[in-house]
Design a protein around this ligand. Structure first.
Ligand code: ZN
Ligand code: ZN
Length: 317
């Protein structure tokens, strides 16, 4: 693609300089990583455990994001490899304080048995708190049924695992506030994700920060409203210029699928320009190679001029 370098017109000293950030994605990311290192341990951190898509990219694990506030860990989605990433991020391998699922697509839930069973094997004794849309109870029941023999052996064999630690307490939510304890309020935001009847994003408010996680969605007004002026908006995105029919059975529907289920860089640029988050974090990106700068160009062309970065697994902001 032809690159167009535009020089900003020279301005007189009297006029206020326009707020056009010249920073690269990497420079912005480096600044936020450094800033996270100075954050108080009792503060609120955002940990990008897995930033990937269904394609098994070894650098991008399945979608999973943690918010740590004052020693408590709240996990959003459980993609493949989530417990390995929890360990790598030095979060408790006995599990999060609560897990929240945006929707039940497999890439967001492949790590659910991992969270339920590994945390138990590693010593969890209390029920795991899970908040998810309708269907979450059904899914958890079937996971426990699938691992019935394992659970029996670990309790009654010589491992002597706790008799209750594998259990889960599932709350299925609709929309609105789904969690509100000790300064952490989490609200579910209904989003439009193709033919999924229930899919959600989340807004997390602590005394220190406000964060919105989009979940999987096409541009949704409810996310825009929830994200107005927030500290961080974590949003999925795909590069609009690279969407084309795929050479496979059913591949002709790929562009329609992307439009109905996901958000393009141009669309996200327009949404973020209206919402004005203090930081826009891109994750869950359909990658076609080194397309980060192309994504940035799309976001800028959509109208957003604020801080933006592309998340990598294990980043902490
Ligand atoms: Zn999805
Ligand atoms: Zn997804």
């Amino acid at each position: 693609m032809k690159k167009v370098a535009r020089k900003a017109p020279k301005k007189s000293r009297k006029s206020a300089p326009a707020a056009v950030p010249s920073k690269s994605l990497e420079e912005t990311r480096a600044e936020w990583l450094i800033r996270a290192g100075t954050r108080s341990p009792s503060g609120t951190s955002l940990v990008m455990l897995g930033t990937g898509m269904p394609r098994p990219d070894p650098m991008c694990f399945g979608p999973a994001t943690a918010i740590v506030h004052d020693g408590r860990t709240f996990l959003f989605d459980a993609g493949a490899g989530v417990m390995r990433r929890m360990a790598a991020a030095r979060l408790s391998i006995r599990g999060p304080d609560a897990l929240f699922l945006t929707h039940l697509h497999s890439d967001h839930t492949l790590g659910l048995p991992d969270v339920i069973l590994t945390t138990w094997v590693m010593g969890r004794r209390n029920k795991l708190q899970i908040h998810g849309p309708a269907g979450t109870k059904h899914m958890c029941r079937h996971i426990l049924a699938a691992w019935k023999e394992d659970i029996h052996v670990r309790i009654h064999g010589l491992e002597r695992n706790s008799k209750d630690g594998y259990k889960v307490k599932v709350r299925e939510f609709d929309e609105g506030v789904v969690f509100d304890e000790d300064g952490v309020r989490i609200s579910a935001i209904p989003v439009e994700h193709g033919c999924w009847r229930q899919a959600y994003g989340f807004r997390i408010d602590t005394p220190e920060r406000s964060i919105v996680i989009s979940g999987d969605t096409k541009p949704t007004q409810a996310i825009l409203e929830a994200a107005r002026g927030v500290d961080v908006l974590v949003h999925e995105v795909y590069p609009s210029s690279q969407v084309a029919p795929e050479v496979r059975a059913g591949g002709e529907a790929w562009p329609s699928y992307m439009r109905e289920f996901h958000t393009s860089d141009l669309e996200l640029g327009a949404l973020a320009a209206a919402a004005k988050p203090k930081l826009l974090v891109l994750h869950h990106i359909v990658r076609h190679g080194h397309d980060d700068d192309e994504l940035l160009a799309g976001i800028r062309a959509g109208g957003y001029a604020g801080e933006v970065l592309v998340a990598r697994d294990l980043d902490r902001y």
